[in-house]
Design a protein around this ligand. Structure first.
Ligand SMILES: Nc1ncnc2c1ncn2[C@@H]1O[C@H](COP(=O)(O)OP(=O)(O)OP(=O)(O)O)[C@@H](O)[C@H]1O
Ligand SMILES: [Mg+2]
Length: 430
């Protein structure tokens, strides 16, 4: 053990050396005569034990101990005191010295024992300090851990509170869901009922539709049958009239005098005008409306045909797109037949120079127009003109009598006669 004796008295140092000598190499004694010298030795770090005399040339009394303790707190220190200075020894113990030895009373045994005990006590003390600081550290760690735990606990509590709130919300949502589910179930039941009704209506509708389709089909069938029948009737009427016209042509059917021939031709023409109505209906497949343009054109051509031996006369028809029902078309046809026949017969005699008088070639024209539901029929020629003595309402001759009768009683028309530039008959149908 390396011992430093801080002692300015060489005699005392010598005594210490002698007292320790019997221990052989167990103790190695060094000496510093001043505190300054002690610092130099201690700074090397080899000294394990300090023996110190408090009365030094550069430091006196308990202050010396305090200074050494301040610089080297872990070194064991034993203080050397004077003969009757027990008080300083006690003070030294209070200031951290391990022991004190009274100079002059020190024996080898007491010195060694004091050194060893002091050394051991110091070691135990140091150990205690070390353990204490370890405990302190552990305590600090524990405190920190405790704080952490407390914080974590607080967080857990907060999290728990949050969870409780969320749980409460979830419970409410769940309640709402249950209530919605309830309502949905009720609605669903209503829907099922409505769906059932709808299906029933649909079935009924389908059935009605099928019935309708069936009735429509039978109606169409009936209509087609009716049309066939009508077409057949018109065809037969036309054929019967044709047979009648042929009969009139048979030799011996009437007197073969010029007057007889004329009468026969008139009758034939009248029958033809009626037959033509039925033929037009049959051909155009419209059984209640007569296409007047087609009809008037054909009728005029037919009449012209019977007068082809006479000098040529121009003809014109204007009745674009006009349709008339049979009750009005038939008298109109007969009227046209009478008047056009008259025009061919009387309007252009050999003596009449049409071009010179009318500044136009001989012309017979027909016009049927419609204005806001009212029809107007005009039959005109640019010939010599109707004799002035003829009055349509009083005439005895059959042709004009027939015209007057048909116009008033069958066509319900007002008649107007103009003879300024030939002969013009105007019929205004109601
Ligand atoms: N467009 C005409 N132009 C000139 N004279 C006409 C014209 N239409 C008729 N007349 C004259 O009026 C007369 C009377 O005509 P109406 O048609 O009534 O008899 P009809 O032709 O003589 O005989 P029916 O017509 O019975 O065969 C004719 O005889 C003719 O002299
Ligand atoms: Mg006539």
């Amino acid at each position: 053990m390396k011992i430093l004796a801080v002692e300015d008295n060489p005699a005392d140092v010598e005594i210490l050396r002698e007292l320790l000598d019997p221990q052989g190499s167990a103790f190695e004694l060094q000496n510093a005569k001043t505190l300054a010298a002690a610092w130099g030795i201690l700074s090397k770090g080899e000294t394990e034990f300090i023996l110190i005399d408090l009365g030094l040339p550069d430091s006196q009394g308990i202050a010396t101990l305090r200074e050494v303790r301040a610089r080297y707190p872990s070194h064991p220190i034993v203080v050397l005191t004077g003969f009757d200075d027990e008080e300083t020894g006690m003070l030294a113990l209070n200031e951290g010295a391990q022991d004190y030895l009274v100079k002059g009373q020190i024996t080898g045994l007491s010195l060694v024992r004091s050194i060893r005990y002091a050394h051991e006590r110091n070691r135990i003390e140091q150990e205690l300090v070390r353990k204490n600081s370890a405990l302190d550290a552990a305590n600090k760690e524990l405190t920190a851990t405790d704080r952490e735990l407390r914080e974590k606990n607080e967080k857990l509590i907060a999290a728990y509170e949050d969870l409780t709130a969320v749980h409460e919300e979830l419970r409410q949502v769940n309640d709402e869901l249950i209530s919605y589910n309830f309502q949905l179930t009720a609605l669903n039941e209503k829907l099922t009922v409505a769906q059932g009704k709808l299906r029933q209506y649909l079935e009924e509708l389908t059935k009605s539709e099928q019935d309708l389709k069936r009735s429509e089909a039978s109606l169409k069938e009936a209509l087609a049958e009716k049309e066939i029948l009508l077409s057949e009737i018109h065809h037969r009427v036309k054929n019967n009239l044709a047979a009648f016209i042929s009969l009139l042509s048979l030799e011996g059917s009437s007197e073969d005098t010029p007057a007889g021939r004329m009468l026969r031709q008139d009758l034939q023409n009248r029958a033809r005008s009626m037959a033509l109505i039925h033929e037009t209906l049959y051909r155009t497949k419209t059984f209640d409306q007569v296409n007047m343009e087609t009809y008037m054109r054909t009728l005029l051509d037919q009449i012209a045909q019977t007068f082809r031996t006479k000098k040529p006369v121009m003809t014109s028809v204007d009745a674009k797109g006009i349709m008339l029902d049979i009750p009005r078309a038939t008298p109109a046809g007969l009227i046209i037949n009478e008047l056009v026949t008259n025009s061919f017969k009387y309007a252009f005699p050999e003596s009449f120079d049409c071009l010179a008088v009318r500044h136009a070639p001989p012309t017979i024209s027909l016009a049927l127009t419609r204005n806001e539901g009212a029809y107007m029929l005009i039959v005109r020629d640019n010939g010599v003109g109707l004799p002035s003595e003829i009055d349509l309402s009083k005439t005895k001759t059959l042709g004009l009598k027939l015209v007057n009768f048909l116009a008033r009683h069958q066509m319900h028309a007002k008649v107007e006669v103009n003879t300024t530039n030939g002969t013009e008959f105007v019929f205004r149908l109601q």
